[in-house]
Write a protein that binds this ligand. Structure first.
Ligand code: MG
Length: 253
């Protein structure tokens, strides 16, 4: 049997294992219907990326433009020192990273970002920020619209590891979306990583990371390091650029 056929056979046996065993000769259309459990009804959010967009009904809203109550300073656990204007929060350069008070494991995350309309720098200095999964693994935020830098450091990269499949960046000053599906790594009792973190990212609705394995930490200098950890926050980076965020919500999986 070919490898693909073996994988298919394994997948079928797992699927069928959950159903009542039926004599193959007596199978009917109904014998492969699953009626229980029933997927929950969720009211979708509206118009992702638009000014009037809203979160799905079962999401934890992390930022809706009103306050930073769900966030704290990563430096000192004090109040998150970033600025709020309109429906957005903006990095206060030099004030440090901020992170959610709540910690997460596997999740779907929606976040919108805007790099400064006035372009003042180039490369890594243009609208640089970042979104750290579990406070550790950086999904790069950058103005990558006609702005060449190293590919595994441009917008949508897993920083210094995996470049995005394509560059779906909008012009500076435009609101953009990341929709992330993330599963946390697993470690055995000796601290070895038995399953890496996986991340899937849509940038402005375009797939840019497709179930990408994250190899470890995402440092500026050096190779990824593997360190055992449990739940962690969503952390946003102060990279001394006035990048803004809005409409942030998360669904635990
Ligand atoms: Mg960054």
């Amino acid at each position: 049997m070919k490898k693909s056929a073996l994988i298919f056979a394994a997948a079928v046996s797992i699927t069928v294992a959950g159903m009542a065993q039926v004599d193959p000769k007596k199978q009917t259309p109904e014998s492969t219907e699953i009626w229980d459990p029933v997927p929950r009804v969720v009211t979708p959010g509206t118009a992702s990326g638009s000014k009037t967009s809203s979160a799905p009904s079962d999401a934890i809203v992390l930022f809706d433009g009103r306050n930073l109550d769900s966030w704290k300073s990563s430096k000192n656990d004090g109040a998150a020192p970033w600025l709020i204007a309109g429906d957005a929060m903006t990095v206060k350069p030099g004030s440090g990273d901020i992170q959610t008070k709540q910690e997460f494991e596997d999740f779907q995350l929606h976040i919108e970002f805007r790099t400064p309309a006035k372009v003042e720098d180039e490369g890594q200095g243009r609208g640089n920020s970042g979104i750290f999964m579990q406070g550790i693994y950086e999904l790069q935020v950058l103005d990558s619209y006609n702005n060449r830098t190293y590919s595994n450091g441009q917008a949508g990269s897993i920083y210094k590891q995996s470049m995005p499949l394509v560059n779906a960046s909008l012009a500076p000053g435009a609101w953009q979306t990341y929709d992330v599906v993330y599963t946390a790594p697993k470690f055995n009792k000796d601290g070895m990583m038995t399953h890496p973190p996986y991340i899937t990212v849509l940038h402005n609705g375009v797939l840019i990371q497709n179930h990408t394995a994250i190899r470890g930490t995402t440092p500026y200098v050096g190779l990824p390091q593997v360190k055992p950890h449990g739940k962690g926050p969503i952390k946003l980076q102060d990279h001394h650029n006035s990048t803004s965020f809005r409409n942030i919500w998360i669904r635990e999986l």
